[in-house]
Write a protein that binds this ligand. Structure first.
Ligand code: NAP
Length: 459
C-alpha cells in the first residue's frame, strides 16, 4: 500500500467512527446538534480520503459536481421551510438513490465482464434498490408537497400486477447475475425497478408518507452499502448499512407509536377507509373567549402545553415559548408534552421547540407526562388532534384504536387552539373537543398564542 492508500483507509476509519458517534448523538434532542456536526465531519473525512486515495480521472467533473451539489444543498437548507422538511428529505433520498443507481450503471459499462459472482450480485442489488428508491421517493415528495394526488391510489388487481412487476424485476436480476454481458436485460431490470418504485408508493396515502420515507431511506442506505461492495469501498459499506438499518428501526418505531403494522402502512391504504370508521364524538363544542382563556392560564398553578402539527404549520413555536415564559414569571409551572408522532416527522416537535430555545428540561415524553394530567389545571392543545384523541383509548372500533395518546382529557381543564372544525391526519372526529372539560379557542395557533400572551399581561 502506498501513502495515499494508508491515508484513505485512515480517513475511512475516522469517518466510520464519526458516523457511529453521530447516530448515538442524534438519539437524544440535547445531543442531536452535536450528532449532526459529527456526521458532517464524517462525510467530509470520507470525501477527502476518497479524493486523495483514489485515482482521479478528471477533476473537472468532481469540482463541477461539488459546486452544483453544494449550491442546491445550501439553497434547500436555507429556503425550504420546516413544514416542508419531510418532502425535502424525500428529495434527498431520491438524489442519493439515483447516485447509487448511476454508479451501478457506470460499473456495468466498465467492468461487468470482469466482476466476481458476488460483486455482480451486489451490482444488481444496488441498481434495483437505487432505481426503485429514486422513483418511490419522488412520488413520496410529490404526495407530501401536494403536487401529486395524495390519497391512496388503489384498484382491482393491483397486488397481482405489483407481484408480476416484482417477479419480472427479479427475473432480470437473476438472468443478469448469470449472464453479465446482457445489456438489454440489465437495462430492463433498471427500467422495471423505476416502475416498481412508483407502484410501491402510489397505493399509500400522503398521511403515511413519513413511514414510507424512512423505509425508502433504509433502501437508499442498503443501495449505498451494495455500491460499497461493488467498488470495494469500506466506508460506503459501513455508512450504507448504518443508514439502512437505522431507517428500518425508525419505521418500526413510528408504526409502533401509531399502533400500526408495517404491512398495514404499506398495503392498508390508510385514509381510504376513514368514512367507515366509527367515532364516539358527538354533542356541541364550547367556545371560550380570549380573556377567559387568559384568566384560566394566569391563575393556574400547573399548565401543560401539547403541541401538534398545527403548531408547525402556524410556526407558533416562538409564540408558545413567550407565553410560557410569561406564565412562569407569574409562578405557574409550565411543561410541554411531546407525543412521539406529533406533527409529520419523527422529532418534529422537539426540533421546533428547540429552534425557539425552549429548554429540554421542560419537554416531557408521553409516558412521563400522562400520570401528571389529573393534577394539571390547564392543558393547552396547540394544533394537535389525533395524538390527543381519547377514542384511541376508549373506542375499540376507532381507526386509531390502541394508538398511545396524551391523556389531556384527564386534566382539570383543556383549551384547544385550532382554526376551526378541521380534522387531523387520520381524518377522524375527536370526542375530546366535545367534552365538558374542553373549550375551543379558534384561530391560527400563532396569533391565538400571541393574543393570549397580551391578555395574560393584562390580568
Ligand atoms: P393532526 O392530528 O394532524 O392535527 C392537526 C390539527 O392542527 C388539525 O386538526 C388542524 O385543525 C390544526 N391546525 C392546522 N393548522 C393550524 C394552524 N395554523 N393553527 C392552529 N391549528 C391548526 O396532528 P397531531 O395531533 O400532531 O397528530 C399527528 C398525526 O400525524 C398522527 O395521527 C400521527 O400518527 C401522524 N403521523 C405522524 C408522523 C410523525 O413522524 N410525526 C408520521 C406519520 C404519521 P384545523 O384545521 O381546525 O385548524
Amino acid at each position: 500500500m502506498n501513502l495515499a492508500t494508508y491515508f484513505m483507509e485512515a480517513t475511512y476509519l475516522i469517518a466510520s467512527i464519526l458516523f457511529v458517534l453521530a447516530l448515538k448523538g442524534m438519539s437524544h434532542p440535547e445531543t442531536a446538534r452535536r450528532g449532526m456536526f459529527l456526521a458532517e465531519g464524517g462525510m467530509f473525512a470520507a470525501i477527502v480520503g476518497t479524493l486523495v486515495g483514489q485515482h482521479i480521472v478528471t477533476w473537472v467533473w468532481i469540482i463541477a459536481g461539488l459546486t452544483l451539489g453544494s449550491i442546491i444543498g445550501a439553497w434547500m437548507a436555507i429556503w425550504v421551510p420546516m413544514t416542508a422538511m419531510p418532502q425535502r428529505t424525500a428529495l434527498s433520498h431520491a438524489f442519493g438513490a439515483l447516485a447509487a443507481a448511476l454508479v451501478g450503471v457506470g460499473e456495468f459499462l466498465v467492468h461487468a465482464n470482469e466482476m466476481s459472482v458476488v460483486t455482480r450480485g451486489a451490482l444488481g442489488f444496488e441498481v434495483m434498490l437505487g432505481a426503485l428508491t429514486t422513483t418511490g421517493s419522488l412520488i413520496a415528495a410529490g404526495k407530501l408537497q401536494g403536487v401529486i394526488y395524495g390519497k391512496p391510489v388503489q384498484f382491482r388487481g393491483q397486488s397481482a400486477l405489483n407481484l408480476c412487476i416484482f417477479l419480472a424485476m427479479m427475473g432480470c436480476f437473476a438472468y443478469f447475475w448469470i449472464h453479465p454481458e446482457s445489456a438489454s436485460i440489465f437495462y430492463s431490470m433498471l427500467g422495471i425497478a423505476f416502475v416498481f418504485g412508483v407502484m410501491l408508493v402510489i397505493p399509500i396515502g400522503s398521511a403515511d408518507m413519513p413511514v414510507v420515507m424512512s423505509l425508502l431511506n433504509s433502501y437508499a442506505g442498503l443501495a449505498a452499502a451494495a455500491t460499497g461492495f461493488v467498488l470495494g469501498n469500506n466506508v460506503l459499506i459501513i455508512a450504507g448499512t448504518l443508514d439502512g438499518f437505522s431507517g428500518f428501526i425508525l419505521s418500526v418505531l413510528m408504526c409502533k407509536a401509531m399502533n400500526r403494522s408495517i404491512t398495514n402502512v404499506l398495503f392498508g391504504g390508510f385514509g381510504a377507509v376513514v368514512a367507515e370508521a366509527t367515532s364516539n364524538a358527538g354533542g356541541v363544542m364550547r367556545e371560550i373567549s380570549l380573556d377567559d382563556a387568559a384568566m384560566q392560564l394566569a391563575f393556574a398553578s400547573r399548565v401543560v402545553f401539547v403541541p401538534g402539527y398545527g403548531l408547525a404549520t402556524a410556526q407558533a413555536q416562538h409564540a408558545v415559548r413567550e407565553l410560557a415564559e410569561l406564565l412562569e414569571g407569574r409562578g405557574v409551572t409550565v411543561k410541554y408534552a411531546i407525543h412521539p408522532v406529533a406533527g409529520r416527522m419523527p422529532g418534529h416537535m422537539n426540533v421546533l421547540l428547540a429552534e425557539a430555545n425552549v429548554p429540554y428540561s421542560s419537554l416531557y415524553e408521553m409516558e412521563q407526562i400522562n400520570p401528571e394530567f389529573p393534577s394539571t389545571d390547564v392543558a393547552v392543545v396547540i394544533g394537535a388532534n389525533d395524538v390527543v384523541n381519547p377514542d384511541a383509548r376508549d373506542n375499540p372500533k376507532s381507526l386509531i384504536a390502541g394508538m398511545p395518546i396524551l391523556e389531556v382529557d384527564r386534566a382539570k381543564s383543556v383549551i384547544v387552539l385550532k382554526r376551526g372544525q378541521g380534522r387531523g391526519f387520520s381524518g377522524l372526529e375527536n370526542p375530546l373537543f366535545f367534552k365538558a372539560c374542553t373549550s375551543m379557542l379558534y384561530g391560527d395557533a400563532k396569533s391565538s398564542l400571541s393574543h393570549l400572551a397580551q391578555a395574560v399581561q393584562h390580568v
